[in-house]
Design a protein around this ligand. Structure first.
Ligand code: ADP
Ligand code: MG
Length: 254
């Protein structure tokens, strides 16, 4: 079976000033699959994720070498519009970060800024559709004008997912997005990710290996800024090729 690639990453180096944080990373990220990135704290997972939508650009003194293409288009090429890139490659963070505004306005924010709708009816449709995709609609449909900060943490995180979905991205990045949540809220997000991959390419960073095993199709292990091993998740967890992977997965290292 031939798969479609969303991202192709070749010989990627990333520097914070003089410090090399990512070294010679090669990775193919399949479209409409879940790719999980694991590894100990400080090994470069978040840095790598932020390279995929150029969020590191905002950090002074950083430098990228190598190439990252999204459907064949070099995202670091000067012709790439960064606002468009971040619309295409959305991000959900560790802590839910809704605006202190209504639930409706949170989801409507992106479509309004980007001018995605012609009128109020279209905007209302996008908001409802996005909340449905984030598995939150049934819980909030009667309270759309209430402040988003009144929601539970798990609901707030699903609202953040709705906010990303509302601008019609192709890829959604999750950086430890369940680590602030209780087990039930975590499970709901994991179930949601399984749904979302039918429509979106998903890349998650998680320090939770069980989560990687549960939700992902491919797993990459980072270690000191290098990609130690990258493989289909089942293979990675049952027959890792590298000793370091085996040691990490069995809890002997990291
Ligand atoms: N803004 C920054 N400035 C300088 N160094 C950073 C910055 N962010 C992260 N680093 C360093 O880069 C390395 C990788 O960090 P990070 O990508 O956050 O790892 P992880 O997400 O795997 O915990 C670490 O050594 C970290 O200290
Ligand atoms: Mg991190």
């Amino acid at each position: 079976m031939t798969e479609t690639l969303a991202f192709t990453i070749r010989d990627l180096n990333f520097y914070y000033g003089p410090k090399l944080a990512l070294s010679r990373i090669d990775m193919d990220i399949q479209s409409r699959r879940v790719t999980a990135l694991i590894g100990p704290s400080g090994c470069g997972k978040s840095t790598f994720l932020r390279c995929l939508n150029r969020m590191n650009d905002t950090i002074p003194g950083t430098r990228v070498e190598g190439t990252i293409s999204l459907y064949g288009q070099d995202i670091y090429d000067p012709s790439m519009d960064v606002v468009t890139l971040r619309q295409r490659v959305g991000m959900v963070f560790q802590k839910p970060n809704p605006f202190p505004q209504s639930i409706f306005d949170n989801v409507a924010f992106g479509p309004r800024v980007l001018g995605l709708t012609q009128n109020k009816r279209e905007l209302t449709e996008i908001v409802e559709h996005s909340l449905r995709q984030a598995a939150l609609w049934d819980e909030v449909k009667d309270s759309l004008n209430e402040n988003a900060l009144g929601l539970s943490l798990g609901q707030q995180q699903r609202l953040c997912i709705a906010r990303v979905v509302a601008v019609k991205p192709e890829v959604i990045l999750f950086d430890e997005s369940t680590s602030a949540l209780d087990p039930i809220a975590t499970l709901r997000i994991e179930e949601l990710i399984a749904e979302l991959k039918q429509t979106y390419t998903i890349v998650i960073v998680t320090h939770n290996m069980q989560q990687a095993a549960r939700v992902s199709d491919f797993t990459g292990l980072f270690w000191l800024g290098e990609l130690v091993e990258f493989a289909p998740t089942e293979q990675m967890f049952t027959r890792p090729e590298k000793e370091l992977t085996e040691a990490y997965l069995t809890g002997r290292m990291g």
